[in-house]
Design a protein around this ligand. Sequence first.
Ligand SMILES: [Zn+2]
Length: 103
Amino acid sequence: MSSHDGSTPSSDPSTAQSSQPSISMSSGSRGRTDLAWGHCREAPELSVGCKKTKLVCLYCVKVFAGGGINRFKQHLTGAKGEVEQCRKCPPDVRHQMLISIDI
Ligand SMILES: [Zn+2]
């Protein structure tokens, strides 16, 4: 009599890959924790041939070719400068950005 039927459960811990969606902390310790990242997106499709990835405002879809997240933040807050203030940014978001800049 054999109680062992050969169907061994294939539980190999080394092949268990944790595929977590959209949590990409790409080892960049520089500024990626900024709140403003939540209000723009990177547009690699618009950045062909550019060294820097362009940013696109999620509200007014304005494209930022340079200046990085700080330039975009000025856009949200309407800080005086060379950047046009976002016209579609919700007031509470703008307020949030102003607070985060003050820190
Ligand atoms: Zn905008």
